[in-house]
Design a protein around this ligand. Structure first.
Ligand code: ATR
Length: 381
């Protein structure tokens, strides 16, 4: 037997037989890949037939509801301990994009089609950010040629200069840079200026423009359940998130009351935005149609905490929590038990990402797929 060198430098008969095993396993992989490819093509042939039927019926190529159903079914079918749902979403998002191509879907935008358009989230810490998984799924699902990465950034100014130099098409900005980034940009959207925070940069031909999509995220998440105009909205907390929520709902014709632990911070925000102020301990559901928790209370690992006691809730109140880790916070569980309508924090997160996607690509965002990609990621964490 010919002595073979292993990766750690040893020689001997084991190395030889392992080399054979490796070849053997690789042959199996090659065979399986061939079968998968054949199945992919078979699937595309069915997609082409569906495309012809859709054309005869006068239906559009894109059916996001059907796509979401396909994902949901696949995720519930997938019982594997090896294959995590995040890969199920990625693989099938790419397959669906190919199917839409076969069905002759709308042409893709000119830029971001040749070399990939680059995007990143700048934050510190950023390792747990769900934005890459969400946006990459959206790119795959729409066939947009983009790549999105998480970059840990300690100092935002050189990072933004780097973005200019490298020609990144867009960036998400997260803690702790949402306020300090304003000074690095060429243009600030009026909403972001008023909220004093930017969570999105669009590179518009070299001009860096700052937006705040957290505000849209809250409004769109709420609007899925209730009309906002004329409602009384109670907001728990008085930080940056509360500012975005208050600005958003007041702008949509609601009356907002800030309920905060510290009077000084709560009153300052209320005066600035034209809201009322009450101490957090005085919250009473009777005066509200909608309640939004913007405090971190109830976030993992303090999952047993809640900003209100269940007796303070009432049936029919719409309760939204911007905490999404866990998805069902104690506040939302108790709200459900009290007969309230609930909205989890993922809705706001996904909708702020939806608005980012629209700003960056000019395409309609695949909302359900983005939500599913994030849910899959949370399930496997
Ligand atoms: P963000 O910018 O993400 O909204 P923040 O600026 O730290 O975060 O604001 C968090 C808000 O949650 C604050 O209003 C804070 O209340 P104080 O102003 O009294 O500090 C509120 N908050 C944080 N922890 C809280 C707790 N355990 N109970 C009640 N409110 C809390």
């Amino acid at each position: 037997m010919k002595p073979t060198r292993t990766s750690d430098g040893e020689t001997g008969p084991f190395a030889d037989s392992d080399a054979n095993r490796l070849d053997e396993q690789r042959r199996i992989i090659d065979q399986l890949d061939g079968e998968i490819l054949r199945l992919f093509n078979e699937r595309l042939e069915v997609a082409a037939r569906i495309g012809a039927i859709k054309a005869r019926l006068g239906l559009g190529v894109r059916d996001t509801r059907r796509e979401a159903q396909v994902f949901q079914r696949l995720m519930s079918l997938n019982r594997s301990s090896l294959l995590s749902n995040r890969y199920v979403v990625r693989v099938f998002a790419a397959l669906m994009a190919a199917a839409r191509d076969v069905q002759g879907s709308d042409p893709r935008p000119a830029d971001g089609f040749g070399t990939p358009a680059l995007f990143a989230v700048f934050g510190n810490p950023v390792v747990h950010s769900l934005s890459p998984v969400m946006h990459n799924a959206a790119f795959a699902a729409t066939g947009y040629n983009g790549i999105y990465a998480a970059i840990r950034v300690k100092d935002i100014r050189p990072a933004v200069s780097g973005m200019r130099a490298l020609g990144l098409k867009g960036a998400s900005i997260t803690l702790p840079h949402k306020e300090s980034v304003l000074a690095c940009l060429d243009y600030i959207d009026p909403t972001a200026r008023r909220i004093k925070a930017v969570n999105t940069i669009v590179n518009d031909g070299g001009s860096l423009k700052g937006f705040n999509t957290d505000c849209d995220g809250v409004i769109r998440a709420l609007a899925e359940k209730i009309s906002i105009k004329g409602r009384r909205v109670g907001i728990l907390g008085a930080g940056g998130a509360a500012r975005a929520v208050a600005f958003g709902v007041i702008g949509r014709g609601a009356a907002a009351t800030i309920f905060n632990r510290s009077r000084e911070k709560g009153e300052a925000l209320a005066v600035d935005l034209g809201a009322d102020f009450r101490p957090l301990s005085e919250f009473a559901a009777e005066g509200c149609d909608i309640l939004v928790n913007t405090t971190p209370v109830g976030m993992s690992p303090q999952e047993q905490d809640t900003p209100l006691c269940s007796a303070q809730l009432k049936p029919g109140l719409v309760v939204m929590d911007i905490v999404y880790n866990p998805l069902k916070t104690r506040l939302l569980r108790e709200a459900e038990a009290a007969g309230c309508e609930t909205i989890d924090g993922l809705s706001m997160f996904v909708h702020q990402g939806v608005r980012q996607f629209e700003l960056w690509t000019g395409l309609a965002a695949p909302v359900e797929i983005m939500r599913m990609a994030v849910e899959a990621e949370l399930m496997t964490k």
